[in-house]
Write a protein that binds this ligand. Structure first.
Ligand SMILES: Cc1ncc(COP(=O)(O)O)c(C=O)c1O
Length: 396
């Protein structure tokens, strides 16, 4: 009998949607360079521009505000490193307005970039979060001043799913004359994101989190916002991002955006029910658990739970033996045994943070998948807890 396979690591990456896969396969025959003036090029250019319109529609942007990039990390790096006055060679607009404000729970592609800039002399402030993962608005209000040129706060967290109040953050930042970037990589396609009503200046998204391929992303730059090219070279993307366009990725992303526009709301409601079923089942079957993330403002398919007395890596490996794929901490942190910076920032002790599992559901997950996890997980936790000398049944 073949073992059941349950993939519940969709925040790390998603499988290609079958329609996206077909679009990509077909696109391999469209080999013309979209910058070429002949028919081969023009055909591809037309398809790329169609995809741009669809992707813009997904976030209510103007197509000219969409720059295709190599993914979320590149979009984030571009904003943080290159939002600068074009006539200056340095990273910031003016010596008296050069501070960056970000949060302590950002993805490494923002945090490490901020650390790099700090090392280069740019003042950086890191805003703390509360137990649910929401940024502390009082600290934000104290720290954002007329010296701040950029506030970069993620829309939704990849590990615990907490969704920030971006509209409030934008209002505050704009009132002090600062620009706002949001890393919406985990939110796009899962919850509605409207750049016009949010009034953000920059937004990052990534194809492989919404059933499109890896290595394609978008940077939204609001019309009129200061911007400098990060990758110099050809005149692609109106001179804002050089490099022959990744046609297959762009067309795949366009198809994924079309599907998300059509099915996103219904799928979110379905995932929310699936998550409730999983959480209820865990609560009924496993004593002494800690649920992480915001109880309401959270991505519909993301559930992060700590199992005190059980190491996250051991849980992951035992579940893997049963054909179940979940994650501890973020995918990028895998390989290091450091407890998750996000969970620590929410006030969880390192011991408990170590025993945390992220279940991130996607379009292929079903009630049967949840029930399979509910059958396999409880014995795994009790086996690991029995082996733990430190665990004393809820008193650890
Ligand atoms: C919140 C967030 N931002 C950025 C990224 C990086 O995106 P990419 O893998 O496309 O570089 C990820 C990927 O895990 C993410 O979860």
């Amino acid at each position: 009998m073949t073992k059941r396979k349950v993939y519940m690591d969709n925040n790390a990456t998603t499988p290609l949607h079958p329609e996206v896969k077909n679009t990509i396969i077909e696109s391999f025959d469209l080999y013309g360079n979209p910058s070429s003036m002949h028919e081969f090029g023009r055909i591809v250019r037309a398809r790329v521009e169609e995809a741009r319109v669809t992707v813009a529609g997904l976030i209510n942007a103007d197509p000219h505000e969409i720059i295709f990039t190599g993914g979320g990390s590149e979009s984030n790096n571009t904003v943080l490193k290159r939002v600068t006055c074009p006539d200056r060679f340095c990273f910031h607009c003016a010596d008296h307005k050069n501070e960056i404000v970000t949060s302590v729970i950002e993805h490494p592609s923002v945090l490490q970039t901020a650390d790099f800039l700090k090392g280069s002399g740019v003042p950086v402030h890191y805003i703390p979060v509360d137990r649910t993962g929401k940024v502390d608005m009082n600290v934000l209000s104290d720290v954002v001043t007329d010296r701040t040129f950029l506030v970069s706060i993620m829309f939704a967290n990849n590990e615990i799913g907490t969704i920030q109040d971006i509209r409030e953050i934008v209002k505050l930042a704009h009132s002090r004359g600062a620009l706002v970037h949001t890393d919406a990589v985990q939110a796009i396609g899962k919850v509605p994101v409207d750049v016009r009503s949010l009034d953000v200046d920059f937004l990052s998204l990534s194809g492989h989190k919404l059933y499109a391929p890896k290595g394609i992303g978008v940077l939204y730059v609001k019309k009129g916002s200061p911007f400098c090219t990060f990758i110099h070279g050809g005149h692609q993307e109106d001179g804002r991002r050089a490099g022959t366009l990744n046609n297959t990725g762009i067309l795949g992303l366009g198809k994924a955006a079309e599907i998300a526009l059509k099915e996103g709301a219904e799928e979110a409601a379905r995932l929310l029910k699936l998550k409730a079923r999983l959480l209820k089942g865990i609560e009924e079957r496993i004593p002494d658990i800690v649920v992480n993330g915001h109880p309401v403002d959270c991505l519909p398919g993301t559930l992060n739970v700590s199992f005190p007395g059980a190491e996250g890596e051991s849980i992951l490996l035992y579940l893997d033996l049963e054909g179940i794929a979940v994650s501890t901490g973020s995918a990028c942190a895998t390989g290091s045994l450091e407890p998750s910076h996000v969970l620590l920032a929410t006030g969880l002790g390192p011991e408990i943070a170590h025993g945390s599992i992220r279940f991130s559901m996607g379009r292929e997950n079903t009630d049967e998948d949840v029930d399979y996890i509910l059958e396999k997980l409880p014995p795994v936790i009790s086996r690991i807890r029995k082996m733990s000398t430190a665990y004393q049944g809820g008193k650890a």
